[in-house]
Design a protein around this ligand. Structure first.
Ligand SMILES: Nc1ncnc2c1ncn2[C@@H]1O[C@H](COP(=O)(O)OP(=O)(O)OP(=O)(O)O)[C@@H](O)[C@H]1O
Length: 229
């Protein structure tokens, strides 16, 4: 597994009446395979998750992934750490499903025909082969989220950070995507309001008011959050 270190990381953003502290000096070492971030709306979960691939920059402190400082070696970190957004529309940029996955493979497969074949194989591994030439706009929400995940995972990152990847999905698709995420060989950092999914991780952090207020076994974290929410 990868090792993600946050060393006294704070995040402040400019606000009308001075800076707003959205993550208070936080130090963590994350080495477990599946780690959930849970907590109320606006508590800082997405901010914490986004620090890991440089989408958010620390105001103070350092984030290090497998020895790579995210602020200094962002490109190398983003090759190791993939990010999946809540809304798959944020990452589906090509007209068809197969072209979208092929775009992810442009570095590893220079030849166009070989790239298409590899993209079709990726789609097949997610049960999406029948949708290869379908417009990404003509897919259901569940199919779109699976396709977005297939695209980010096609590059075989070491870590997947997923920010509420099941929130927009119905019950069946939410289960399907949740099961897929938990079965990944990669390290998974999962921001979620789905407490059943969170409880299936090895470790969970409860975030409240920009601080990690509980960090431990996922079932204990979920119980603590349920008791205080
Ligand atoms: N770029 C920004 N500028 C100003 N405020 C921000 C910015 N990013 C986050 N915030 C604020 O920081 C707080 C934490 O936001 P964050 O998105 O990390 O919370 P969250 O726990 O992921 O919430 P949710 O569960 O609602 O997605 C919120 O009050 C949010 O409005």
């Amino acid at each position: 597994m990868s090792r993600i270190d946050l060393d006294r990381v704070s995040v402040r953003v400019p606000a009308a009446d001075g800076d707003l502290l959205i993550l208070d000096e936080t130090s963590l070492t994350l080495t477990e395979q599946r780690i959930a971030l849970i907590g109320p709306n606006g508590s800082g979960k997405s901010t914490l998750a986004r620090l890991v691939n440089g989408l958010v920059t620390p105001t103070t402190g350092r984030v290090v992934v497998d020895g790579l400082d995210v602020a200094e070696e962002g490109r190398a970190v983003r090759r190791r750490v993939a990010f999946a957004f809540t809304d798959p529309a944020a990452q589906l940029v090509m007209p068809t499903a197969v072209e979208d996955v092929a775009l992810s493979l442009r570095r590893t497969h220079r030849d166009k025909a070989a790239r298409r074949r590899a993209a079709l194989a990726v789609l097949a591994s997610y049960g999406l082969e029948g949708l290869a030439d379908r417009s990404v706009h003509a897919l259901s929400g569940g199919q779109r989220q699976l396709l977005a995940l297939a695209g980010v995972l096609a590059t075989e990152p070491a870590v997947l950070v997923a920010d509420e990847p099941t929130t927009l999905l119905d019950l069946g698709n939410s289960r399907r995507v949740g099961d897929l995420l938990l079965a990944l060989p990669q390290q998974l950092l999962l921001v979620t309001h789905d407490l059943e999914l969170a409880a299936r991780c090895e470790r969970a952090l409860v975030v409240e008011g920009g601080r990690v207020v509980f960090d431990g076994a996922a079932e204990a974290a979920v119980a603590r959050y349920r008791a205080t929410a």
